[in-house]
Design a protein. Structure first.
Length: 576
């Protein structure tokens, strides 16, 4: 009997370490125990699997006290077993990038080798030319999964053709979008796949050195990737004369970034690698011509590289069968927000937003009305409910005003204030601006001030038009993608939810009842039974009244925390 425990960051956050501790203490039952990465069902963690006689049993939301009973009678322990609906949702996903996550032990190189790992790069070394590899990537239609969607083969070809005694392969693992964790999960769950993808790129462009630029906030990912690099080097898969082939060299190292969002832009990333402050540089020249230390450099993100070994092994045409004409293959999304089944999903490009949110994600929490979905993080935009049938491909999403981006997908229901949502993302990009461009440095600050004023109930006539004017100037006057896309959340929320801006400014009301300055909590004397629960919960003691008599909220003292509203069992408190 073999036992697997999901040991990604989401699993640990849910208590997987306690499950692992319990397993290690059990000595009277015979079983093999290993860890694995996140399988994508983050909403069901901690997850434990039992493999016995060719059959697999998956248990979810496992607590330490469940471990022994499951081991003793796992076939009949139905309470914690994964539901058929969740199982079907996983089976419907064509998994290319996530094919090994939640399946193999990420800390075991043998596990990766046993499923065909490193065969693709070995095949390249033994029987393929550089042009043949690039041509296979071209056939696949793979576009950069970091956000821009630029054809991968074109970047590789440009780097290959660039003159230079030395070239570099750089992996952008500086995943900074709020709510996005695709790259982290791949690094934690399948690090050898990334290594092999970078090696294939190095072979194709003629580079013998690779660097993974990863956020320092991903300690588990760094730990597992470092172990994978050490194990691959020890086996002769990295270093000099790889696989015993003279002249085939490729080394790999990790650079931990300091967490600057702007370093997700490739020239700012290069500046950081060189020890400079992470600030974008003017292009051209592009990194393929002059990148790291002014030498030809190819930069792709984690998900892009993770597709490569599968493509080389199965053929570009097999990958191109997924997706649609302009957007081939699969795409990994981090599904978060007001969705029932949050986590990682891998779906074919061209699928609709509705199929992802309702088909894979299970719909909205509490079955509330779907309002919008934020795509592309701070650089993206909000797609409203009326466009839920939009196909998820680069061109279709761009037409809505959003972008596919790296794959963040934040679902919102009718309790979300779209003005406050725009303020949240502007606050993020304003703080993360490197300050090099005046329009980005000052423009985002002025826009944020206007949004803060509107959500505080101090909006003025003309604020909407001023936001639009500033948005276009920031887009036109910024050097890099951060500034050029920072206004997207504002522009899309104004485009699709202008009425909410107008309500905030002219009617001094928040439609979603979320902006504290524009709401008040009121007790209905007809419903209040005087139980005093609300008064006891109030942190500022602004609720008065005798026991068994209707209570009253002092509006001047109320801080709008909502504790009374949450505690009332008689629906006597309303939000106006």
């Amino acid at each position: 009997m073999k036992v697997l425990v999901g040991a990604g960051s989401c699993g640990f956050a849910a208590g997987a370490h306690k499950v692992m501790d319990e397993l290690e203490q059990i000595k009277d039952i015979q079983f093999e125990y290993e860890i694995t990465g996140c399988i994508g069902m983050c909403h069901l963690e901690p997850i434990m699997e039992i493999h016995d006689n060719g059959e697999m049993y998956r248990f979810v939301k496992v607590m330490p006290e469940d471990v022994r009973p499951i081991l003793e009678d796992y076939k009949n322990f139905a309470d914690k077993m994964i539901s058929e609906i969740d199982s079907e949702g996983l089976e419907k996903q064509p998994r290319v990038v996530l094919r090994n996550c939640g399946v193999i032990n990420p800390e075991s190189i043998d596990d990766y080798i046993n499923i065909g790992g490193y065969e693709a790069i070995k095949n390249c070394y033994e029987s393929k030319s550089q042009d043949a590899v690039i041509d296979e990537i071209k056939k696949s239609g793979l576009r950069g999964r970091g956000g821009a969607g630029f054809p991968t083969w074109f970047k590789w070809d440009a780097a290959k053709k660039s003159a230079g005694q030395k070239k570099y392969v750089v992996c952008n693992a500086d995943e900074g979008d709020p709510g996005a964790f695709m790259d982290r999960s791949v690094l934690e769950g399948d690090p050898h796949n990334l290594i092999e993808g970078m090696m294939i790129c190095g072979f194709a462009i003629g580079a013998d050195e690779g660097i993974v630029y990863v956020r320092a906030e991903y300690p588990l990912a760094i730990l597992r990737l470092q172990k994978a690099i050490e194990d691959a080097t020890e086996r002769g898969f990295l270093g000099e004369n790889i696989f015993g082939i003279p002249g085939r060299n490729f080394s790999l190292r990790i650079k931990a970034g300091a967490g600057a969002f702007v370093c997700g832009e490739e020239t700012a990333l290069i500046a950081s690698l060189e020890g400079e402050r992470g600030m974008p540089r003017l292009k051209p020249p592009f990194p393929a011509q002059k990148g790291y230390w002014q030498l030809p450099t190819n930069i792709n993100n984690v998900e892009t590289f993770a597709n490569v070994p599968w493509i080389i092994k199965n053929g570009g045409e097999a990958f191109a069968k997924y997706g649609i004409e302009t957007s081939r293959g699969t795409k990994v999304f981090a599904l978060t927000g007001k969705v029932k089944k949050g986590g990682l999903v891998e779906v074919p490009m061209g699928i609709s937003l509705k199929e992802i949110i309702y088909g894979v994600g299970g719909g909205i929490v509490g079955d509330r009305p779907f309002k919008a979905v934020q795509l592309g993080g701070p650089s993206g935009g909000c797609v409203p409910a009326e466009l839920i049938d939009t196909k998820v491909d680069y061109e279709s999403i761009t037409k809505t005003g959003a972008i596919v981006g790296s794959g963040g997908m934040v679902v919102m229901d009718d309790t979300t204030c779209m003005v406050d949502m725009a303020r949240f993302f502007l606050d993020f990009t304003c703080k993360e601006s490197c300050g090099k461009c005046t329009y980005c440095r000052l423009g985002t600050k002025r826009m944020l001030e206007i949004l803060e004023r509107i959500t505080a109930g101090e909006g003025r006539e003309g604020d909407i038009e001023l936001l639009e004017e500033l948005s276009y100037k920031v887009k036109d006057g910024s050097l890099c993608g951060l500034g050029q896309t920072a206004p997207n959340p504002v522009l899309t929320t104004i485009k699709y939810f202008r009425n909410e801006y107008e309500d905030h400014i002219y009617n001094k009301t928040c439609t979603a009842k979320q902006c504290s300055a524009l709401i008040k909590y009121v007790i209905d004397p007809e419903k209040c039974v005087g139980c005093t629960v609300c008064a006891k919960a109030c942190p500022v003691s602004c609720i008065s009244g005798e026991r068994k008599e209707p209570h009253l909220i002092n509006q001047d003292a109320c801080i709008k925390c909502g504790q009374c509203y949450q505690k009332c069992k008689f629906d006597a408190i309303s939000v106006n």
